[in-house]
Design a protein around this ligand. Structure first.
Ligand code: PRP
Ligand code: URA
Length: 207
């Protein structure tokens, strides 16, 4: 499985700001969006482009444009908080939504919503979620996308745990991970250490 940890200085600096215990919801939201844009920039580096001729100010002009179509797939809820930042890099992308909630006892994701655009098989899908912990939610989202015929699936994350990356790799070795950080480990509650705490709660103010 392709795993890219985006070690850009701006990403590292912003992740450091995001890890502060006393961060406000407002600042957390802003930083999630900002890092989301930077990770999306890296995740789209290898998208195919094609030649096109446009009418420029001085006449016909050769340009390059994106050849493929992209669908962003935020995992509810926390993925919504990162979507705005990813859209800053890909403003014309379509959006499909997967609603998953991790059961706090079993740590298994329960699916409560799915709404994907038509003809997903023709499109590159990019899963958007700040956290990849046990990997269960990511695996469930990839399962749904493959069931719709998707063959090229990437994911953008802020923090990933080594245990979760191993689980996703075992289930879907063709998946591509772009993450701002790979942290140390999971605790006994399935939270990433040092991590960010509960990203959904911080984004939605429900902590
Ligand atoms: C969080 C996070 C991921 C998932 C990661 O969402 O946004 O979707 O947990 O954990 P996993 O890798 O162990 O599956 P959560 O289920 O807490 O829902 P929320 O976004 O509604 O808070
Ligand atoms: N979900 C989160 O929001 N944080 C974690 O550390 C793990 C799952």
């Amino acid at each position: 499985m392709k795993i890219i940890e985006v070690q850009h200085p701006l990403v590292q600096h912003k992740m450091g700001l995001m890890r502060r215990k006393d961060i406000s919801n407002k600042e957390f939201r802003e930083l999630v969006a900002e890092v989301g844009t930077l990770v999306a920039f890296e995740a789209t580096r290898d998208l195919e482009t094609e030649d096109a001729v446009i009418e420029g100010w001085a006449g016909p002009t050769h340009v390059r444009r994106l050849a493929g179509k992209v669908t962003l797939v935020p995992i509810l809820r926390a993925g919504l908080g990162m979507l705005q930042g990813v859209l800053a890099a890909l403003p014309t992308a379509r959006i499909g939504v997967v609603g998953l909630k991790r059961n706090e006892s079993t740590l298994r994701p329960d699916r409560y919503y799915l709404n994907l655009p038509a003809r997903m098989a023709e499109r590159v899908a990019i899963i958007v979620d700040p956290m990849l912990a046990t990997g269960g939610s990511t695996i469930a989202a990839i399962d749904q996308l493959k069931a719709q015929g998707c063959t090229r699936i990437k994911g953008v994350f802020l923090v990933s745990a080594p245990e979760g990356l191993r689980a996703v790799e075992a289930a879907h070795p063709d998946f591509e991970v772009y993450t701002a950080a790979i942290d140390d480990r999971l605790n006994e509650m399935g939270y990433i250490l040092p991590g960010l705490g509960d990203a959904g709660d911080k984004l939605f103010g429900t902590d």
